[in-house]
Design a protein around this ligand. Structure first.
Ligand SMILES: C[S@@+](CC[C@H](N)C(=O)[O-])C[C@H]1O[C@@H](n2cnc3c(N)ncnc32)[C@H](O)[C@@H]1O
Length: 256
C-alpha cells in the first residue's frame, strides 16, 4: 500500500468501484484504501469515494453514510422547465440577453448549473483538483439526465487550473465572466452556513489572490464581469456599474 499523504485518501467499499477508484487515486496522487481497512490515524482527513452512483466527498462522520456531491437537480423553489426563467438576482446580474458565461470559480457548481438550466452557454474553471473531480462527476451525471439527452444539450466544459492563467489563453472571449471567490468569514460560521461551503473553506482556505483574478477576468471578458460577494466585503473591482443586493450577499456587475 502507498504511504498516506496528509491531504486525503480515496476509499472504496467493494470491488465494483475498484478500477474507477484506482484511476482517481492515481490522478490525484492520493492513497487508495479499502473502507474496511481504514486506519484510525487517517480519520481526521477527507476522503473521496464512489458510492450510490456518484463521487462523494466524505469526512469521518459521513464515512459510512452520506457525504457531499455536486447536486445537479434544480434548487428548492426553482422551476423544473428548461430553460428555467431568468428571474433571480444571479440572472439579473449576468444579464438576460447574455449568451456565454464563464464561471471562473466553479466550486460546487451550483451557480454554473443554475445558469446552465436557465439556458446560458456555460464554461467552467476550477483550480482544486479534488473539486474538479467532483464537478466532472456531476457533469457526467447531468449528461445522462433525460431532459439533457432529449434536448441534446452538452454539459458545461470544465477547465482545470488557475483561472488567472487560463483566462489569458481563451480562444474566444465569453460575454460574461462570473467570479465567486472565497472571502474570509466576518461572522462566526453558524449552523446555517451550508456544510458544503464550510468544508470547501476547510480544504481550500480563502482565495487570497482574488484581486488578481478580477484583473484577469476584466481583461478576458467581452462585455461584463460579475462578482458575488458577502454583503460586508468591499467591492472587488472598485465601484461597480450595478449591484444586486440579496439577503447576505451581493452581485457586483462591472460593464466594459
Ligand atoms: C466559493 S467557491 C465557489 C462556489 C460556487 N459559486 C458554487 O456555486 O458552488 C470558490 C471556488 O473557486 C475556486 N477558485 C478560486 N480562485 C480560483 C482561481 N484563481 N482559479 C480557479 N479556481 C479558483 C476555489 O478553488 C473554490 O472551489
Amino acid at each position: 500500500m502507498v504511504g498516506f499523504s496528509d491531504k486525503g485518501a480515496v476509499v472504496y467499499a467493494d470491488d465494483s468501484v475498484l478500477s474507477a477508484s484506482q484511476a482517481l487515486s492515481e490522478r490525484l496522487a492520493w492513497p487508495l484504501v479499502a473502507l474496511s481497512e481504514l486506519p484510525a490515524e487517517l480519520l481526521q482527513g477527507c476522503f473521496l469515494c464512489y458510492r450510490d452512483g456518484c463521487l462523494k466527498l466524505l469526512d469521518k462522520q459521513t464515512l459510512k453514510k452520506g457525504g457531499l456531491i455536486v447536486e445537479i437537480d434544480p434548487r428548492p423553489g426553482e422551476q423544473h422547465s428548461y430553460p428555467a426563467p431568468k428571474k433571480d438576482l444571479l440572472a439579473q446580474a449576468i444579464g438576460k440577453k447574455t449568451k456565454t458565461v464563464l464561471d471562473a470559480t466553479t466550486g460546487w457548481a451550483q451557480d454554473s448549473l443554475a445558469l446552465f438550466r436557465m439556458g446560458y452557454e456555460v464554461q467552467c474553471i476550477e483550480r482544486s483538483p479534488v473539486m474538479a473531480e467532483l464537478i466532472q462527476d456531476g457533469f457526467s451525471r447531468l449528461a445522462q439526465k433525460e431532459w439533457v439527452l432529449n434536448r441534446q444539450l452538452q454539459p458545461p466544459r470544465l477547465l482545470v487550473g488557475n483561472a488567472i492563467e487560463l483566462l489569458a489563453g481563451l480562444s474566444e472571449a465569453p460575454e460574461c465572466i462570473y467570479l465567486d471567490p472565497m472571502f474570509p468569514p466576518k461572522r462566526k460560521q453558524t449552523a446555517a452556513t451550508r456544510k458544503s461551503m464550510a468544508i470547501l473553506r476547510d480544504i481550500l482556505g480563502d482565495d487570497l489572490d482574488r484581486a488578481d483574478l478580477f484583473a484577469a477576468a476584466w481583461q478576458a471578458a467581452a462585455k461584463r464581469v460579475v462578482v458575488k460577494s458577502p454583503d460586508y466585503a468591499e467591492p472587488l473591482g472598485g465601484k461597480p456599474s450595478e449591484s444586486y443586493q440579496g439577503k447576505l450577499l451581493r452581485y457586483d456587475v462591472y460593464l466594459k
